[in-house]
Design a protein around this ligand. Sequence first.
Ligand SMILES: [Zn+2]
Length: 112
Amino acid sequence: MYGIDNLIQCQICGKWFRQVGSHIFMTHGITAREYREAYGFDVKKGQLPADYKELKHDQAIENGMDTRLQKAGIKTRFKKGQKGLGLYHRSPQTMTRLKNMHQLFKKKGGAV
Ligand SMILES: [Zn+2]
């Protein structure tokens, strides 16, 4: 999926992009989540080349986005045992990520 010059290939039309999410929505008329589900990608993880992801991470930290999101997300966090947890289709990629997180959690003996 990742190619030369850190571009991502759209699985629908085969064109290459720096980030594919907005292209999927604007050109193919489906959401990034629908795209990820249709092509077996992890629905909870974005698809960005590593260098672009790092750039966006650094920009978010500079802008204070991390602390704003933590504060804004307090009201929407799931609580243990809450109804509605895990009620979506999980791709093989999602299941691998969740299994790895679980193993890491067990190794550390606490929060990941
Ligand atoms: Zn496309």
